[in-house]
Design a protein around this ligand. Structure first.
Ligand SMILES: Cc1cc2nc3c(=O)[nH]c(=O)nc-3n(C[C@H](O)[C@H](O)[C@H](O)COP(=O)(O)OP(=O)(O)OC[C@H]3O[C@@H](n4cnc5c(N)ncnc54)[C@H](O)[C@@H]3O)c2cc1C
Ligand code: HEM
Length: 410
């Protein structure tokens, strides 16, 4: 890795010894850090998701990653799998090496501000060195990802202009957008499960907004398709900015900017093992892409597709899944939280309420299968704990968060 040798034993000791102190003040430090960084560098508001900031999800994710890395500061290769996932997100957002010193400077200022006199020069210097070592790892991994994205056939490096070729309603709340490049060139292949970042400039808004959307169709069709759920306002939450803008204002013929496909939540097509795909709500998008890809490229692979939705009105891709289920190796099971009379007649309706382990066991015969799941966080926690309780091994459990990664184990 090249970075580990440059840190002195003393620095390593200080950093390791102070991680628990920083963790204890974690939230305070990261709040301070973001406020300081974003007020000094408002241009970064073009990149950071404002809603994730307000809810503290991003603060927690970044802080947790820095402290986790610091614990392994003398063996940073141990954190490479985690770095990989974050680096994909960073590459997709357009994070560059020149951004790292900005984050480093404000992180150190925040540590000083919160720890006050406890933050001695020795401690600050050690953390400065440690941050540099961690940043070097990210920068290196991200440089490779930029290079890969650009050098692929039909690939590109940063954002590229795409025309909305087609806009299709999939359910009461989910609408698909089909994109083709404005330059008329080729587009790169992707692995089912990957996402793109979409950058929008909303008239009247000072900053651009970037969001990730999983590619919801199988690759190789000459377009990228995303399927977006409208995040409507509720009594305690404002309407989601980008999803509502896409639903209400983006029409066929409009141009949006997309970065190249990214992400590590991908179907392993080198395997022929049975696959269980479990989705909740709009979490169906990456899993539908996987199902559709298996149907065309590995038609004899055993697939169990389980979808949970509130009811039939908000259930996307149902007709497509019914068609896939005509194949003998594909089984389809639907769980509705509040089914209508009509919903109960769905040929694959199997459960009312929420997914639970007994029901999963009743429809999945093989716990040695690979399990992929995605959906709202409470749904993901339920599925994760059910699979663990059943004894599914960790290496067969794969999942994606539709936001900064969290921890399902608690
Ligand atoms: C890898 C990945 C893949 C994804 N794939 C998909 C996909 O296929 N389809 C899809 O629809 N989405 C997907 N998402 C989610 C998507 O990126 C967006 O997060 C989603 O569309 C909401 O964006 P928004 O701009 O509409 O809402 P935002 O404006 O970002 O708000 C997000 C939520 O926060 C709430 N909120 C905002 N401000 C506050 C506040 N002050 N207090 C409390 N709550 C607040 C909003 O009400 C909303 O519910 C994916 C995300 C990731 C990370
Ligand atoms: C070593 C330094 C860094 C670490 C450890 C780190 C860590 C993280 C983590 C854990 C996430 C959440 C990933 C996920 O699960 O989706 C994240 C996302 C992100 N990071 Fe970093 N990061 C670092 C540097 C940077 C820099 C330099 C920038 C740019 C200024 C940046 C911008 C972002 C943005 C914009 C997101 C997406 C957040 C959102 O949803 O708004 N990061 N980072």
């Amino acid at each position: 890795m090249g970075t580990t040798t440059t840190l002195s034993q003393k620095t390593i000791e200080i950093v390791k010894a102070t991680v628990p102190v920083l963790e204890q003040h974690g939230e305070q430090i990261t709040k301070w850090f973001y406020q300081s960084m974003l007020s000094n560098h408002p241009e970064l508001l073009n990149i950071f998701n404002h809603a994730n900031q307000k809810q503290g999800r991003q603060q927690r994710a970044l802080a947790a990653a820095v402290y986790a890395a610091a614990k392994y500061i003398d063996q940073l290769e141990a954190i490479l799998p985690v770095v990989e996932q974050i680096a994909h997100k960073h590459r997709s957002l357009g994070i560059k090496p020149e951004h790292y010193p900005i984050v480093g400077k404000h992180l150190l200022l925040a540590i000083k501000a919160v720890l006050k006199e406890a933050a001695t020069d020795e401690i600050i210097n050690a953390w400065e060195e440690a941050y540099q070592a961690i940043a070097d790892v990210f920068i290196k991994v991200e440089a490779q990802l930029y290079e890969e994205a650009a050098s692929k056939r039909g690939g590109w490096k940063d954002f590229r202009r795409f025309i909305v070729q087609k806009k299709v309603k999939e359910s009461d709340v989910i609408t698909s957008f089909y994109f083709v490049p404005e330059d008329g060139g080729e587009i790169s292949e992707y692995l089912p499960g990957q996402y793109v970042s979409v950058k929008v400039s909303i008239p009247g808004e000072k900053y651009t907004h970037i969001r990730q959307y999983s590619l919801s169709d199988a690759p190789g069709k000459g377009y990228y398709r995303i399927s977006v759920k409208r995040e409507a306002a509720t009594a305690d939450k404002p309407a989601g900015i980008v999803s509502n803008y896409l639903h209400d204002h983006v029409q066929e013929g409009d141009v949006l900017e997309l970065s190249a496909p990214a992400g590590v939540f991908t179907l392993d097509m080198s395997k022929e093992t049975p696959v269980v795909l479990i989705s909740g709500g709009v979490g169906i998008t990456p899993l539908f892409s996987m199902a559709s890809t298996i149907a065309s490229r590995q038609p004899n692979r055993q697939v169990t597709f389980i979808h949970a939705a509130v009811n039939g009105n908000v259930h996307a891709f149902d007709q497509d899944l019914r068609r896939l289920a005509e194949h003998p190796s594909f089984s389809y099971h639907v769980c509705y939280q509040s089914p209508s009379e009509e919903d109960r007649k769905h040929p694959y309706f199997g459960k009312e309420g929420f997914i639970d382990l007994p029901w999963i066991q009743s429809v999945v015969s093989n716990k040695e299968a690979d399990f992929y799941f995605c959906g709202p966080i409470p749904f993901m926690k339920t599925v994760y704990h059910a699979l663990k309780e059943w004894g599914v091994s960790d290496e067969n459990i794969h999942y994606e968060f539709f936001g900064p990664a969290g921890d399902l184990t608690k």
